[in-house]
Design a binder for this molecule. Structure first.
Ligand SMILES: Nc1ncnc2c1ncn2[C@@H]1O[C@H](COP(=O)(O)OP(=O)(O)OP(=O)(O)O)[C@@H](O)[C@H]1O
Length: 249
């Protein structure tokens, strides 16, 4: 791991840890403060919270994407006990961290198979991706702009998976999708953790579908964590009633 030094003094045995993450925009008050997480290998952690709670900013702060906008982030990120120096998207990608940021970041005028071939280094990898997402095989000759939102999300996810990350960060997988598709996509995340050993941190607003698949849950409110831990250790109903309200669940 050439891009990372030194050893994290408080290594927890996790694949991925974040400590004291703060995100600010335009030098204003923090949009995220004191965020932390430990991700054990092959587990799925979900960050829940209402609009504007800070979920997207957290994921973008972790990956360093904010440097391309008006935002900035501070904090300590470690991968397998090694602190990542000056995290940025390229550095994290080289260290095996993939970000599925947005279903719209696919080439709308290019068909599914051409986009996947651009990234797949071997035919076998492409076939494996089709096995994992049979809908993409069915739709392989269709231009991405004509895919459903869910299928586009699958394509965006497949494009990241072909780079073989060991840690996957996923932002708002469910955005604008029907409940059945959200459950299907969440099921895919669960399978990625179980069958491929991926370590996943997903931010989402789909509470029921997320809780159905998660090992660990974090709830954010106004940029801060208000609950965090293994699903069975939290009084999740009480936390969500307080911070999301029953009507938003
Ligand atoms: N590019 C930006 N410039 C300035 N402020 C921003 C920017 N992006 C987000 N914010 C602010 O940061 C806070 C957290 O927003 P963020 O998008 O991270 O929340 P979220 O929980 O992901 O919300 P949603 O579920 O609606 O996407 C909000 O107050 C938002 O207005």
């Amino acid at each position: 791991m050439t891009d990372s030094t030194p050893t994290d003094p408080v290594f927890t045995g996790s694949v991925f840890t974040v400590r004291d993450l703060t995100v600010t925009y335009d030098g204003g008050p923090p949009a995220v403060s004191g965020y932390h997480v430990d991700l054990a290998p092959g587990t799925l952690t979900v960050i829940l919270g209402r609009n504007g709670a800070g979920k997207t900013s957290t994921l973008r702060g972790i990956t360093g994407f904010l440097a391309h906008e008006s935002g900035s982030s501070k904090g300590r990120i470690s991968i397998r006990g090694q602190v990542v120096k000056r995290p940025n998207p390229l550095r994290l990608s080289k260290l095996g961290v993939g970000l599925v940021a947005d279903q719209h970041k696919v080439f709308v005028n290019m068909c599914v198979q051409d986009q996947l071939r651009l990234v797949a280094s071997r035919k076998q990898d492409l076939e494996e991706m089709y096995d994992f997402f049979p809908r993409l095989r069915e739709r392989r000759t269709v231009r991405a702009g004509l895919l459903s939102g869910g299928e586009r999300q699958m394509l965006a996810t497949a494009l990241v998976l072909l780079r073989k990350p060991s840690v996957l960060l996923v932002d708002e997988l469910s955005l604008g999708l029907a409940p059945g598709m959200v459950r299907e996509l969440m099921g895919h995340l669960r399978r990625l953790a179980d069958e491929r050993g991926l370590t996943i941190l997903a931010a989402d607003q789909a509470v029921h579908a997320s809780l159905h698949v998660a090992d660990q849950v974090q709830v954010m409110d106004s940029g801060s964590l208000v609950a965090s831990g293994p699903l069975d250790s939290l009084d999740i109903d009480a936390v969500l009633d307080t911070y999301l309200g029953r009507h938003e669940r």
